[in-house]
Design a protein around this ligand. Structure first.
Ligand code: AMP
Ligand code: GLY
Length: 429
């Protein structure tokens, strides 16, 4: 069978990659999955780790060859922007992950904004600047509140939503002059702040055709009530009732389809997963905040609960350019919740090295616990090794039930300094 994908290499080390590995194995006892560099959760029947870093392109190509894999699934954005998909493709591998040219949608915010204008995709008004003087003029012209964004990849730290002109000027100066993000801040986007509800809409694409996944709501701030600094995401519900079928149709028509068509017409067809970060404004209009060229994390953990078909076959067909949207199905009337357990001090200074207990208890209560920042010591002890430690995931016939199972699981797990939000999936005013 063309799409059997018996041996799959997953590149990455987060909860997203653990969830991908597990869903690839679900119902497929003829499949084997290798995750590199993985984390403390990557072990089991037909599941193992390799030790090659996501930045080591030559090492990853060598690993794929050595293992003779049928499919490579690339998790994070950095290797996509660095051209890993192209390097593996040139060696004949089937790769689920955007080409370097297509990854510019995430790798350059200026490219994304100008692309949106070229293709009539609704987005906040903006100015692209390259000097402090240009930044100050743009900030003065637009006034506060205002958003200052470093052009390149900054591991989620390159966006400042400034409430005052002074704060915006300082942010722009730090990016352009002090280069706090290195060359990623050489170009800066100054844009209007949009107020509304944020939603994550993902589409699996084969360059031409695409299939849209159920919409998800992330919870980015570290504390309950959406307070505190932005994080990679503290929890997700999927699907979210923030997006009606009519709104979803509009998002597809105004954002997703023009992006796929636009990339094709510009000679960089998008193969992989497109993740549109959208703000739904007070009038119910969806505006594109950003595109990512990978699955969101923890959105991925939630969405993988809802697939009702072989995810490996779907990803392989998208990678080959032969996606048949009619073969992709999702469980109806099923809801997923992810609650992130984070380290004390996350996101600024996560404390590492604390002993984790209770994962088996959580899974016995019905949750699926994906590892993110964990490592397994030689003696089998599991320690925290990152800001986001575990993604406690559950799905059920109602959101309330899914949430209850995820929280029961989250409460069964212990490590010193454990931090979680208690309001994942609750309506925020
Ligand atoms: P990013 O690093 O591009 O994922 O952006 C981080 C976060 O900044 C987004 O998820 C939004 O919460 C926020 N953000 C980005 N652009 C805007 C905007 N124009 N208005 C309001 N919030 C924004
Ligand atoms: N959870 C948001 C992201 O992955 O960017």
């Amino acid at each position: 069978m063309e799409n059997a994908a018996r041996k799959v290499l997953v590149v990455g080390s987060g909860g997203r990659e653990h969830a991908l590995a597990r869903v690839l194995l679900r119902g497929r006892d003829d499949r084997e999955v290798i995750v590199t560099p993985g984390n403390g959760g990557i072990a089991g029947d037909r599941l193992r780790r390799a030790d090659v870093a996501v930045s080591d392109t030559a090492g990853l190509v060598a690993l794929a060859k050595r293992e003779g894999v049928d499919l490579v699934v690339i998790g994070p954005e950095a290797p996509l922007c660095a051209g890993l998909s192209d390097a593996l493709g040139a060696e004949g591998f089937v790769v689920f992950g955007a080409s370097q040219a297509a990854a510019r949608l995430e790798g350059s915010k200026a490219f994304l904004k100008e692309f949106a204008v070229r293709h009539g995709i609704p987005t906040a008004p903006f100015t692209v600047v390259r000097t402090v003087a240009e930044a100050e003029a743009a900030i003065a012209a637009r006034g506060a509140p205002i958003v200052v964004k470093a052009d390149g990849l900054c591991a989620g730290k390159g966006v400042v939503v400034a409430e005052s002109v002074d704060e915006a000027r300082t942010a722009a100066r730090q990016m352009i002059e002090d280069r706090i993000f290195g060359d990623a801040g050489a170009t800066v986007v100054i844009e209007e702040k949009i107020v509304g509800r944020e939603v994550s809409v993902h589409a699996i694409c084969d360059g031409e055709r695409f299939v849209v996944l159920p919409p998800a709501r992330d919870h980015k701030r570290v504390f309950d009530g959406d307070r505190g600094p932005n994080t990679g995401g503290m929890g997700v519900i999927c699907p979210t009732d923030d997006v009606s079928p009519q709104l979803m149709e509009r998002i597809v028509r105004e954002v997703i389809a023009p992006t796929i068509e636009g990339m094709k017409s510009e000679g960089a067809p998008f193969r992989g997963v497109l993740f549109a970060g959208l703000m739904i404004d007070a009038a119910g209009i969806p505006l594109l905040l950003e595109h990512n060229v990978r699955f969101g994390d923890p959105e991925c953990e939630a969405m993988m609960e809802l697939f009702d078909c072989d995810v490996g076959a779907v990803l392989a067909s998208a990678a080959r350019g032969t996606l048949d949207p009619a073969t992709v199905s999702f469980a109806r009337d099923r809801y997923a919740t992810v609650v992130i357990l984070a380290s004390a001090g996350y996101p600024d200074k996560p404390r590492l090295g604390d002993r984790i207990e209770g994962i088996d208890r959580a899974e016995a209560l019905g949750a699926t616990v994906h590892h993110a920042g964990t490592k397994r010591e030689a003696d089998g002890v599991l320690l925290t090794s990152g800001g986001r430690v575990l993604a406690v995931t559950a799905s059920a016939g109602s959101l309330d039930e899914a949430r209850a199972i995820a929280y029961r699981g989250a409460d069964a797990i212990e490590f010193s300094g454990k931090h979680l939000r208690r309001d994942i999936g609750k309506t925020v005013a």
